[in-house]
Design a protein around this ligand. Structure first.
Ligand SMILES: NC(=O)c1ccc[n+]([C@@H]2O[C@H](COP(=O)([O-])OP(=O)(O)OC[C@H]3O[C@@H](n4cnc5c(N)ncnc54)[C@H](OP(=O)(O)O)[C@@H]3O)[C@@H](O)[C@H]2O)c1
Length: 279
C-alpha cells in the first residue's frame, strides 16, 4: 500500500514544489490549500511532472477545516504516513508597529496552525506506531531578526513545541523534522510586502529608515536565495531516509547565522550582527 503524505499550503512556493516532489517519490499526496480556486499552478505542475495529487481545501487557522480534512484523508486513504506543516506567512513590523490583532493572526497561521495540524494527525500515527511530521520553520525560528518580531516569535514557538515533542514522539516510532530555510525565492516576500503598507505607528519617523535599510539588505540576501525545489528535495529526504534528523538547516548561510547563536551564548555577537543590517 502506497504511503500517504498530507501537506499544507500548496498554492505556491515551497508547498507547491514539495507536493509534486512527494508524489514523484511515490507518496499518495494530499495537497491542500485554502482556496481551491488557486489550484491551477499546482495542477499544471503536477500534470507536467506526470503525477496525480489529491487536492483538498484546508485552512490551518480553522479547527473545523483541519478536522474535516484529516477525517476525509482517513476515509479516502486509510492512513497518514507523513504530515508536512508548510503553510505560513511572514509579517514585517517592530513591536510598536504590530498590533495585538496582527500578532494573533501571525501566530494563528504560523504556530497554532502547526499545533492544530500536528494534534489532529498525531493520534493516527500513534496508533500506527510510525509516522513523520515535517515542519517548515525558518532560520527565523532559531535567530531573531529585526522587524520580524511577530514572525520570529511564532517560528520560535514552533521550534520549542516540536523540540519538546520529538523525544516523546520517538518512543512511539514517530519522527519529527524541522526544515529551517533562509531566503527562498517564492511568493513569500511579495505577500509580506503587501502587508506592511498602511500600518502607521507613532515611532515611524525613527523606524522607517531602519526598515528601509533592513529591506535593502534583505533584497541583497535574496539575490542568493534557494529555490522552492531545493527545499522540496530536503523535505523528501526527511520523509524517506531511515533515520531523519531533527533539524535541517537548508543552506550554508543558515548554518553560519545559526552557528553564531550557539558559539556565543551571551547573544551579543548575534545582536551586533543583526544591528549592522540597520546601519
Ligand atoms: N520564502 C522564504 O524566504 C522562507 C524562508 C524561511 C521559511 N519560509 C517558510 O516556508 C513556508 C512556505 O512559504 P513560501 O516561501 O512557500 O511562501 P508562499 O509562496 O507565500 O507560500 C505560503 C503558503 O502558505 C499558505 N497559507 C497561508 N495561510 C494559510 C492558512 N491559514 N491555511 C492554509 N494555508 C495557508 C499560502 O496559501 P494562500 O495562497 O491561501 O495564501 C501559501 O500556499 C512558510 O511556513 C514560510 O514561513 C519561507
Amino acid at each position: 500500500m502506497a504511503r500517504v503524505a498530507l501537506i499544507t499550503g500548496t498554492s505556491s512556493g515551497i508547498g507547491l514544489d514539495t507536493a509534486v516532489h512527494l508524489a514523484q517519490a511515490g507518496f499518495h499526496t494530499v495537497a491542500t490549500l485554502r482556496d481551491p480556486a488557486r489550484a491551477r499552478a499546482l495542477q499544471e505542475r503536477a500534470r507536467a511532472a506526470g503525477v496525480s495529487l489529491d487536492i483538498q481545501p484546508l485552512d490551518v487557522a480553522s479547527d473545523a477545516s483541519v478536522s474535516a480534512c484529516v477525517r476525509g484523508v482517513l476515509e479516502r486513504h486509510g492512513r497518514i504516513d507523513v504530515l508536512v506543516n508548510n503553510a505560513g506567512a511572514g509579517f514585517l513590523g517592530t513591536l510598536e508597529q504590530t498590533s495585538l490583532e496582527a500578532l494573533r493572526s501571525v501566530m494563528e497561521v504560523n504556530f497554532f496552525g502547526v499545533w492544530r495540524m500536528t494534534q489532529a494527525v498525531f493520534p493516527v500515527m500513534r496508533e500506527a506506531k510510525s509516522g513523520r511530521i515535517i515542519t517548515v520553520t525558518s532560520v527565523g525560528g532559531l535567530v531573531g531578526q529585526p522587524f520580524n518580531d511577530a514572525y520570529c516569535a511564532a517560528k520560535f514557538a514552533c521550534e520549542g513545541f516540536l523540540e519538546s515533542l520529538a523525544p516523546v514522539a520517538r518512543t512511539l516510532g514517530i519522527h519529527l523534522s524541522n526544515i529551517e530555510p533562509g531566503p527562498v525565492n517564492t511568493e513569500f516576500v511579495t505577500h509580506v510586502k503587501a502587508k506592511i503598507s498602511g500600518q502607521p505607528s507613532p515611532g515611524d519617523a525613527h523606524y522607517q529608515p531602519l526598515l528601509e535599510r533592513y529591506m535593502a539588505g534583505s533584497a541583497a540576501v535574496y539575490q542568493h536565495a534557494q529555490t522552492g525545489e531545493d527545499i522540496a528535495r530536503i523535505i523528501v529526504e526527511a520523509a524517506t531516509v531511515p533515520e531523519p534528523h531533527f533539524r535541517y538547516a537548508t543552506s550554508d548561510l543558515v548554518r553560519q547565522v545559526a552557528g553564531r547563536k550557539y558559539t556565543d551564548l551571551t547573544g551579543d555577537a548575534l545582536v551586533n550582527m543583526m544591528g549592522a543590517r540597520l546601519k
